[in-house]
Design a protein around this ligand. Structure first.
Ligand SMILES: [Zn+2]
Length: 431
């Protein structure tokens, strides 16, 4: 154990240092493997698949958005030919990337050295300013719940929205409401916001590159706000681009709808969502596919499934470890019955969750930085104390074997009973 730890500590730092830019455990691991020549069995290698949670995204280019190829081609083509309408409406189902697309379009409009494929460069000063939400000529309008002291909190709300959309470019209305505890309140874009936007757009541009505004959820403008916005569309100020988003065209005021160039968004194919989630390092390939398959074409929903998948798992997993440790038959039977009554998708996610906790326990045991969520630390530390590296490997094989069986529709009850009994022996063997 000590020897292993030293071996690892010797390499990990400079291997991580050499994976410049993006921190990817997966990539670092491959390099670790290449450089050390140490053979890591597949289950262990599998556990090193990166499992970072969604985090800030520095730049938003069209190529960072999964799917929507026709909308991308239309927008990039129009910009390149100088034929982009002064008002664009992005319309399509929730979670298909309209807000992210609006950000990418605005970034492209301001980019000072667009790439030959028509996308923004993502690295120039303008791209950076736009993507970080700090460009003085870019404005966002969005729904929120108005309270009595709304005036005092406008600035805070604006900052909160910027944080929320930077953290999650696929932000949904529900998630946005939850960010300020307004799940049960009516969100709306009021007339004040529309007027404030009008004022901002009539000022001359600070940086001489025109102005842009994103109206997120134009279907939530109240009547007076919609009328105020309509004036902006009827008498467009010079060099101003308005990008509106809406889920349902029939919820947009017809006079607004008719004045916009429309770009239609479609549900994203499951394999594209899966590839996206995996490429961002938010899930292992298997887990990304599970989430994407259940998401109905919504990237936002797939991300939500990934997040939620961890929640009930912790309770089930903790319960299972107690059952394994005691090894008493009535409890094993109860636990197995509970799990086998759930869908096979859940059973697979459960096993994958177990593999992840093993990986975290291994990292913890080796004093390496593990990305364990706070509520799971106790469990993972306990796990790390109970199992040494060798037994973690054995445990990982058992879980992998169970994943294999469940995926191939083997008898779930039998699989989980055997797994529990084997885990019981494993946990007891070290006492
Ligand atoms: Zn740029």
């Amino acid at each position: 154990m000590t020897q292993t730890k030293n071996l690892w500590e010797g390499f990990v730092d400079d291997v991580f240092a050499s994976t410049t830019g993006v921190f990817s455990v997966g990539a670092a691991f491959v390099r670790l493997n290449e450089r050390t020549g140490v053979f890591f069995p597949r289950p262990i290698a599998y556990m090193f698949c990166c499992n970072e949670k969604p985090r800030n995204i520095a730049s938003m280019r069209f190529k960072d958005i999964p799917g929507q190829e026709s909308a991308k081609a239309a927008a990039m083509g129009a910009v390149a030919r100088g034929r982009l309408s002064h008002a664009i409406l992005l319309v399509g189902p929730e979670g298909t990337g309209k807000l992210a697309f609006a950000a990418a379009l605005v970034q492209r409009l301001f980019c000072s050295s667009p790439s030959p494929d028509g996308d923004s460069c993502g690295v120039c000063d303008d791209c950076r300013k736009v993507s970080q939400g700090g460009h003085p000529d870019v404005h966002y309008v969005f729904p929120y719940a108005r309270s009595h002291d709304a005036k005092a909190s406008n600035e805070e709300t604006y900052i909160a929205f910027r944080e929320a959309r930077l953290k999650n470019p696929f932000l949904t209305l529900k998630q946005w409401a939850a960010a300020f505890d307004a799940e049960n309140k009516q969100l709306v874009i009021g007339v004040e916001e529309a007027r404030a936007l009008k004022r901002a757009l009539t000022l001359s541009a600070f940086e001489g590159k025109g102005k842009a505004a994103v109206v997120w959820r134009a279907d939530m403008l109240n009547v007076s706000a919609a009328n105020a916005l309509l004036k902006l569309l009827e008498e467009p100020t010079d060099q101003t681009t308005l990008v509106l988003t809406a889920e349902n065209p029939s919820d947009v005021l017809p006079t607004i709808y008719s004045r916009c160039q429309k770009l239609t968004f479609f549900p994203v194919k499951a394999e594209i969502i899966a590839r996206y989630l995996e490429s961002k390092g938010w899930a292992t390939a298997d887990k990304a596919q599970e989430a994407a398959a259940l998401a109905g074409g919504s990237v936002a929903k797939a991300m939500e499934i990934l997040r939620q998948a961890d929640e009930p798992m912790l309770a089930v997993f903790r319960d299972w470890l107690n059952v394994c440790y005691k090894g008493a038959w009535p409890e094993i039977e109860r636990w197995v019955k509970g799990l086998t009554e759930r869908p096979r998708e859940f059973q697979k996610l459960y096993l994958t969750y177990g593999l992840e906790k093993l990986r975290e326990a291994l990292w913890t045991g080796l004093s390496l930085p593990a990305t364990t969520a706070p509520q799971e630390r106790e469990l993972v530390q306990k796990f790390a104390r109970m199992l040494d590296v060798e037994r973690i490997e054995t445990a990982a094989r058992m879980l992998e074997d169970a994943v294999f069986r469940i995926t191939r529709n083997a008898n779930a009850k039998m699989t989980f009973v055997l797994l529990t009994l084997k885990f019981h022996q494993l946990l007891r063997a070290g006492r």
